[in-house]
Design a protein around this ligand. Structure first.
Ligand code: SAH
Ligand code: SF4
Ligand code: F3S
Length: 462
């Protein structure tokens, strides 16, 4: 029999990317291999995101378009997974509008994929198996197929207990559950042994890590342990909550050779009235204090952020306070979003539901983006002439003549490509020569620091 082939489409955040790797690992253990296109796939999984309406529309559209493929090849399996699957509204929609879907499973039971696929195959109707919450114990030792390259993501804490009033994540990902420090470190060491040199610790709220463990540990303990792992060069983490950023963590980042000096600190809004209604649990003054503290301790620190405009009740004055903070802090970059009401969240139940009119939201978004782009460009221009270490990811997708890589603080750098040497996965010293809003250009100023191991061999699942 021909080898079955799978394809996974991943929407949403790094948590979903990591989940897709775990799905892929299970499928490859079952004998599947990755398909080159939808037309070749025997199994297509859409790993969905529910954070804003746009992400949901995208997933619904894709599921709808796959009806034709399913009509042509009824034996293929179509599955919907991820955060949208945790919402009752999605299941009702799929049953009504997309009965061609064979299997729906959620974020809490993706480690059961082999059994779910078997059961789905035996049924004529859609199999829906979504757990409301995680099981008693976390699923460890599930095989996963990581992306190519030498960067790896490592889950450290699942779920979120913060309940920001706009956010669906606590509902789709459940309560906070930390992985044991020993399990995380076992994975990190195994990754380093396989040749991964840049790791990213993942969680919706990484600085809550360990509060639920016995004995209690924290992110600073984990960072200290990871720092000692031989072979690791860079350590990243995503996302910290501004309220829980401890002084000890700042000290550890400041003194570390490996931990990124980029602090991604989602601000969301600059007015205290809005921050309170968002249930963000900090004030603008406390946020500014954290920025000042980090700036005074961490050399060449780079701040990035997330901001929402048009939250219910946001007045022009509130919004101007956001602009004011952006001007004061001068983030290196910012992800900016228009508020999107999410069914099941507190804010979506408030009177008026989504009272800021669309044109106003759009106008605020444009003004915020224009300001941020100006600041991003100026921040990048300040790097001209500097020597920075760049991890090259490979040939740029847009231009065959350049390498694309990133600095430790996450800035994209493009380098002229000599075709006789392969810099993929190399850490190279680079002199920055020019700056644009979204990237820098530079030239290589010395030999690569490493001889990447990961490209040289077919690696077992991890
Ligand atoms: N856990 C992370 C972020 C998770 S979602 C944190 O707390 O920072 C990523 C970003 O999406 C959020 O920071 C927020 O800016 C945005 N977001 C979340 N819910 C949203 C909504 N309902 N409408 C618009 N943007 C939203
Ligand atoms: Fe959502 Fe807030 Fe949790 Fe981030 S901290 S995932 S924004 S509830
Ligand atoms: Fe989206 Fe779920 Fe991540 S809602 S942002 S994929 S946790």
């Amino acid at each position: 029999m021909a080898v079955p082939q799978y394809l996974i489409h991943t929407l949403g955040c790094q948590m979903n990317e990591r989940d897709s790797e775990i799905m892929a690992g299970q499928l490859e253990t079952m004998g599947y291999r990755r398909a080159g296109s939808e037309a070749e796939a025997d199994l297509i999984i859409i790993n969905t995101c529910a954070v804003r309406a746009g992400a949901e529309d995208h997933a619904f559209g894709h599921v709808g378009r796959l009806k034709q493929l399913k009509d042509e090849r009824p034996a293929m399996t179509l599955a919907v997974a991820g955060c949208m699957a945790q919402e009752p509204g999605t299941i009702a929609w799929l049953k009504k509008h997309a009965p061609h879907v064979d299997l729906v499973f959620g974020t809490h039971n993706l480690h059961e994929l082999p059994r779910l696929l078997e059961e789905a195959e035996e049924r004529d109707e859609m199999l829906v198996e979504v757990w409301k919450s995680a099981g008693e114990t976390l699923a460890e030792h599930v095989p996963s197929r990581r992306k190519e390259g030498i960067r790896a993501q490592v889950n450290i804490i699942y779920g979120c207990d913060k309940f920001c009033t706009y956010c669906i994540v606590p509902f789709t990902r459940g309560r906070e559950r930390s992985r044991a420090l020993s399990d995380v470190m076992r994975e990190v060491r195994a990754l380093a042994d396989q040749g991964f040199e840049d790791i990213m610790f993942l969680g919706q709220n990484v600085n809550s890590y360990g509060h639920d463990l016995d004995p209690r540990v924290d992110l600073a303990d984990l960072m200290e342990a990871a720092e000692t792992v031989h072979g690791l060069r860079w350590i990243h983490y995503m996302t910290p909550h501004p309220r829980d950023f401890s002084d000890r963590l700042i000290e550890i980042i400041a003194s570390s050779e490996k931990i990124s000096h980029q602090l991604h600190l989602p601000l969301q809004a600059g007015s205290n009235a809005i921050l309170r209604r968002m249930n963000r649990k900090y004030t603008r003054e406390q946020y500014l204090e954290l920025i000042a503290k980090a700036r005074s301790k961490i050399a060449d620190v780079s701040f990035t952020t997330d901001i929402i405009v048009g939250f219910p009740g946001e007045t022009e004055e509130d919004f101007e306070q956001t602009l004011e903070l952006v001007r004061m802090i001068r983030f290196d970059s910012a992800f900016t979003f228009v508020y999107s009401p999410r069914e099941g969240t507190p804010a979506a139940r408030w009177e008026g539901r989504d009272p800021v009119a669309n044109p106003i939201k759009k106008d605020r978004l444009n003004r915020l983006m224009a300001l941020q782009y100006e600041i991003s460009l100026a921040a990048n221009q300040r790097l001209i002439g500097k020597d920075l270490l760049v991890l090259v990811d490979g040939v740029s997708k847009k231009n065959d003549d350049v390498w694309a890589g990133r600095t430790q603080t996450g800035k994209v750098v493009l380098l002229d490509r000599q075709k006789d040497i392969d810099l993929t996965d190399c850490f190279v010293p680079v002199r920055i020569e020019s700056a644009k809003t979204f990237y820098l250009t530079g030239s290589v100023k010395g030999k690569a620091l490493n001889q990447p191991k990961r490209r040289l061999e077919a690696l077992p699942l991890l």
